[in-house]
Design a protein around this ligand. Structure first.
Ligand code: 13P
Length: 284
């Protein structure tokens, strides 16, 4: 199949009360694990690619691999830019063949966030490409972006309404207390804020920093309008732990397939668990 529509997939989740996982793609094994599990679980799926991962994999390889996976798949697959930092990067990704875009201008003052996001939405919508925007800053570390928890600011509902109305974004990632990377304790999500933003904007919402959030908080966030949840760190940890375990047990292993294969299986188990928790299984 060709890549699926971001907006259609998220809107179905919002209507029916489930969330679609965005699983970040860091190499071929991540891609294979994510797609194979989506097929087995009959789940729509979003492949998220950060700018750092794109640099690592090369943009042409990234799109070619994702296209090959989507072409073979019988479930909806989306190739989404994660935290696009500029109009230029967005254009490069559209030209390369990404099917949807996130523009993250959340670290700019509101007026600038609106202006930058609006420019991206205009270009993308002309081409039929859907856009995710961000408001407030999400803490933690992702690639080269590091936001101290103390500096993370939560999204203000009235500003969320302005960002949505003035830019025409298709999905909104409001900062509500989640963070990228591993949490030190349990995260404290601001559900009242999430509910207010949902009531004001009515568009699908995205929860970043999905790794390490307790199951009951995930379920509550979905019940309050979150229809996309991003997960990366838990997959990275599962992958790396398996590689470490295998190499630690046997110093004579030299064939990468002997440790990358089992590491790929380890990702599949995380993705399966998340798809079932998000309720996206059996929706495709
Ligand atoms: P985690 O790495 O915390 O799962 O967050 C992923 C994410 O939000 C990507 O945008």
């Amino acid at each position: 199949m060709a890549f699926a529509s971001f907006k259609e997939v998220l809107t179905d989740g919002l209507k029916k009360g489930y969330a679609v996982g965005q699983f970040n793609m860091n190499n071929l094994e991540f891609l294979q694990a994510i797609i194979e599990t989506a097929e087995e679980e009959r789940s729509p799926v979003i492949l998220g690619v950060s700018e750092g991962a794109m640099k690592y994999m090369n943009i042409e390889y990234t799109v070619a691999m994702a296209k090959a996976a989507a072409a073979k798949a019988s479930v909806p697959v989306i190739l989404h830019l994660d935290h696009g930092s500029s109009y230029e990067v967005v254009l490069k990704c559209i030209r390369a063949g990404f099917s949807s875009i996130m523009i993250d201008a959340s670290h700019y003052p509101l007026e600038e966030n609106i202006a930058k996001t609006k420019q991206v939405v205009h270009a993308c919508h002309t081409l039929g490409i859907d856009v995710e925007g961000e408001l407030g800053t999400i803490g933690g570390v992702e690639d080269d972006i590091s936001v101290d928890e103390k500096d993370a600011t939560l999204a203000r509902p009235e500003e969320a309404l302005r960002l949505v109305q003035e830019t025409g974004i298709d999905a909104l990632a409001p900062a509500i207390g989640s963070a990228h990377g591993m949490y030190k304790g349990d995260p404290e999500l601001d559900f009242d804020r999430l509910a207010k933003i949902r009531d004001l904007t009515g568009i699908p919402m995205v929860l970043h920093g999905g790794s390490g959030i307790p199951d009951e908080d995930i379920r509550k966030a979905i019940s309050l309008g979150v229809s996309k949840i991003n997960v990366n760190t838990e997959n990275q940890v599962a992958f790396t732990n398996k590689v470490r375990e295998i190499l630690g047990k046997d110093a004579n292993v030299y064939d990468p397939r002997k440790y990358l294969g089992p590491a790929r299986e380890a990702i599949k188990e995380v993705v399966r668990e998340k798809m079932r928790l998000f309720g996206s299984n059996n929706r495709a």
